[in-house]
Design a binder for this molecule. Sequence first.
Ligand code: SAM
Length: 475
Amino acid sequence: MPSVFIKTYGCQMNERDSEAVAAQLVAKGYVLAKSEAAADVVLLNTCSVRDFAEQKAINKMGNILGTARSEQRTQITGFMGCMAQSRGRELIDRLPDVDLVLGTQKFHRAAEYLDELLAGKRDKIVDVEAEAKSEATIREHLLNGSAKTSVSAFVSIMQGCNQHCTFCIVPATRGEERSRTIPDIVAECRELAARGVREITLLGQIVTSYGRREQRDIWQVTSDMKQPAEPHETPLCHSSLSTLHSSPFVQLLEAVHEIDGLERIRFTSPHPKGYGDDLVAAYARLPKLCESAHLPLQSGSDRLLKLMHRGYTREKFLGLTRKLRRARPGIGLTTDIIVGFPGETEEDFEQTLSLCREVEFDNAYIFKYSPRRDTPAAAMPDQVPVAVREERNHRLLDLVNDIAARKYDAFIGRQVQILVEGPSRKNAARYTGRTRCNKIVLFDGGERHRGQLMDVKIERTGSFTLYGDPAIVNV
Ligand code: SAM
């Protein structure tokens, strides 16, 4: 059977899409190759959020095609995901040896198209059309494909984004928000729990907008849906008082929380606007919901937040961090920040620095602004010079790293509960797990620890890593 190698760029949603494509291909008899050179089929799952990510994937494909040509190997190659969606046939015009361009609503067609290409029935395939119900097709898992996923799994709950932040290309690459139904998502989570998964991360471009367009339809059971693994369980119903007053996303959290065997629930990526009082209260009320929240800030300046079309102010954001810390003391808070958005002055940037000092994020993902095609920000005046973006990026990184190092050091001597995911990628003698507030812990462990919830004492810290003492491991 043909072998396939999939390389993924970008976010966890892309990782999840790649896993679903890999699972689909394995189910059809494909084998997963360890490297691109050894594969009959190479697929690059791409990201469009910044130009850098697009160029990396294009260069990579250029190298793959060049090597195959010089070694006189025949290989089927394809782009899929966000850049495939936004550039479509243009990618084949640029790299004529590419065989397949598969958009973000077409991942489930990968096997069918590859079969046609491998059989020589078609020469090139470009499919970036919208497809109704495609949000429900990212469903299959490769649980034994990697150590990590057998303990912890990602579940895609929705596709698309309706926020239209002025810097962001995602609404164009992922389309309008479309949500799966709660019974469908719960059935998938139940199957995962039955196969040994103990932690689930609910995924979407803006998970806090889950089900807003569908409202009551999110409870519908559709005939093409797989039934729950434990059919004897009480059917889900949405008649409890708390559920009726909750947003669709909190209704989903409550439903997933009911699943036996699941120990931990996380979600990403949310929008700060989406943390209503019901979601904040869910942190206090649902013990499986881990005390960790990602709050993409983007800027600490109200002027820029308005230009970015973010829909909250600095004060609202700060209020939210206080509410979350009240609901769950010790909650881990992380964020995304863009530096060098058009028109960002030194004073605006200072506002971002001061907000970071005030909140003390546990980690922050900092992005240098990258103009994206057909986004309003790309046409805004006062684009910030690249050198200034670089300099602000360094300054903010230094601050974020200093704060995080202090916060990590504060764990030394403390006992924390971790869920063990498997061996560390860098050192197989070490095992890795995460605290509830989403910090990575390394300890000298073994296979017997995989999937265990256990307490370790933190002895020392490294860069965004805690080291636990195996001597006091309690299993
Ligand atoms: N849920 C997130 C939110 O509230 O905006 C969106 C996730 S987005 C796919 C990941 C991050 O990429 C954003 O939070 C933003 O910081 C960054 N990003 C998006 N567009 C960007 C651009 N044009 N330049 C630089 N960074 C960008």
